[in-house]
Design a protein around this ligand. Sequence first.
Ligand SMILES: Cc1ncc(COP(=O)(O)O)c(C=O)c1O
Length: 485
Amino acid sequence: MRTCEGLFQIDGQNLANDNLLFRSTTGSISIKIHPQESRAQNIRMSNIPEQELLPTTASVSEDDRLSIGGCDVRDLVEEFGSPLYVYDEQTLRGMCRDFVSSFTSEYPRTRIEYSSKAFANPTVAKIIDEEGLYMDIVTGGELAVAIAANFPAERLNFHGNNKGREELVEAVNYGIDSITIDSFAEIDLLSEVAVEQGVRQKVMLRLSPSIDPHTHMLTSTGILDSKFGFSIETGDAETAVEQALAKDSLEVEGLHFHLGSPIFELEPYSEAIDYVLQFAANMRDKYGLVLKRFSPGGGFAIGYVADTLPPSMGEYAKEIATAIRSGCDRYGLDEPELTVEPGRAIVGRAGIAVYTVGGVKTIPGVRTYVSVDGGMGDNIRPALYGARYAVVPVDRPTAPRTRTVTVVGKFCESGDFLARDVDLPEPETGELLALPASGAYCLMMASNYNMQTRPAVVLVNNGKARLMRRRETYSDLLAGTLNLD
Ligand SMILES: Cc1ncc(COP(=O)(O)O)c(C=O)c1O
């Protein structure tokens, strides 16, 4: 008997190798499918409106319960507690691979640089490394995560609009590949640090192209009125190029911009690329700038709610590659190496947040509030940006959604809501609710408001779960305080 394994699809969805066994005995092939991933269950999965938002391994069991990565979500909560963040390894790796293949098929010399601010964690950094991606950091703390994961320095880039001397020294000592300069003060500071450390540091210059990506005002970064980047419009960008090229300790590799996030439209990318390439050509003519590397940043959107889905990765890649090629052609530039910096689009869909319902309060004719055991402490995005989330009833995902409710947290703020006006089955105390697309930024912006501990985080794959971050304890909360006795 010969046993072989291969990639297999049902309803266009890839199934994991170890969920399948292809057996060839006497010339005939029999296929055994792991019960959790059966055809019937995939069909049921397509009955739930959040399918495109959940991790790719999400399925619904025979008894109508949600499972991720082959793990029953209620079982995970029983083992690791509530609230709980669950990351699916297959979705995470799949996103890395999709980015690499979508971009390199359109523009072969592309680096995919995971923006670790979306979720900085040593286990994730190891996976990013194994997938061969680059990674960017914006603080000494994110550098510490990279170092804890033994992330190769030659695949690291340092962003941030106000890096401190110590942070720059640590990064240069770690042998960081490149640093993206964001202010005049940093041109001087970094060149001093580089001289002291005896290195010629590769740098990029972050520019602000004055282009509106049509996302939330608080997450738009490439407009004129922004703290980020040297503005082309005001002339700062030109002065920065001139000053940086004059520093022997800095090797200017190229230009960068980041418009904001999440960007659901393609056009802002091509508009900004054309503008910055024209600027690059001017700088070549005036100061001899050689554009070896070019980066239009990150900002690639993901689906948070079923009625607003983003362009595909292939569409983003095509738009960016085409704009670079035509811009280089138009302005007589050699095609530079490309770096794209996805954060949200790498980890966002891989993660779900799971909460337990406590009180349910109905105000007749007004609203039904469903209170859960987390909220703005672990996910401030709805309160901060009005971000919208879908909600999946974990114990009965395919049940009819008969009630419109607002899911709120347990923190002492009226603005502490997670999802407004979502349709659910009649809510019940003790049931579990999952918020899909919670893998990016939620935990990174988490706080201990009300002295609430932060949730545990698990990584699931092929029916196994491992803790990536343990739940905080009250001792953790008190650890930094001083006893005044
Ligand atoms: C410079 C830079 N690159 C990349 C990103 C990642 O953005 P996203 O997670 O939307 O891809 C950010 C996010 O703020 C950023 O500031």
